[in-house]
Design a protein around this ligand. Structure first.
Ligand code: HEM
Length: 157
């Protein structure tokens, strides 16, 4: 059973790093960039700082997924995905899937170029979209953290 406990500890550490980073970018970095830089400079400043987090997030998202699926396997909990009462399990996988697709597929294929193009033509509006996107993902992630702790400790059923 020690392996499950270890997987849970690594899972939570990965989540703290990943969702904590998203929260910092949303509530500290983006407002700071808005305050300190002119509209045309904001993208450069934001990307220069955020790129240091982006590769780290790829590691913590991967670790969260590996440990999450490992626990699901070891707890023989796959059946939970067929039971709506375990919606918090679905929420975890959904958040993980959204971030994985954004970080590993959309960003390298489209989002980076889209961001560069949009910043040339309408910097203010583009940064507002980036801010809103981060706010939505951060909120859904934090709700999922709350639900996952409550759910895995028996408080939701
Ligand atoms: C592939 C994605 C994921 C899978 C398969 C997964 C699976 C699991 C499993 C099986 C547990 C243990 C449940 C139990 O003890 O009954 C767990 C716990 C937890 N997960 Fe995930 N998870 C994933 C992603 C996430 C994400 C994205 C978050 C946060 C946004 C998250 C947050 C948590 C938290 C906070 C706990 C509770 C730890 C505790 O209090 O003991 N997980 N996860």
């Amino acid at each position: 059973m020690f392996d499950i406990t270890l997987a849970r500890a690594l899972h939570v550490a990965a989540i703290v790093h990943w969702i904590g980073g998203v929260t910092f970018v949303t509530l500290v970095l983006l407002p700071g960039v808005h305050r300190l830089a002119e509209p045309t400079e904001r993208a450069r400043l934001f990307e220069a700082i955020e790129s240091a987090f982006s590769w780290q997030a790829k590691i913590s998202v991967t670790l969260a997924g590996l440990t999450g699926f490992y626990m699901t396997h070891r707890l023989a909990a796959w059946g939970r995905f067929l039971d709506p009462a375990f919606w918090w399990m679905h929420a975890m996988v959904a958040i993980w899937a959204v971030f994985s697709i954004v970080l590993f597929v959309l960003e390298p294929l489209f989002l980076d170029q889209w961001f560069q193009r949009q910043m040339q033509s309408q910097p203010g509006g583009t940064m507002a979209i980036v801010q809103r996107g981060h706010l939505v993902l951060m909120t859904l992630s934090l709700v999922t953290v709350l639900a996952a702790v409550l759910g895995s400790h028996g408080a939701l059923y």
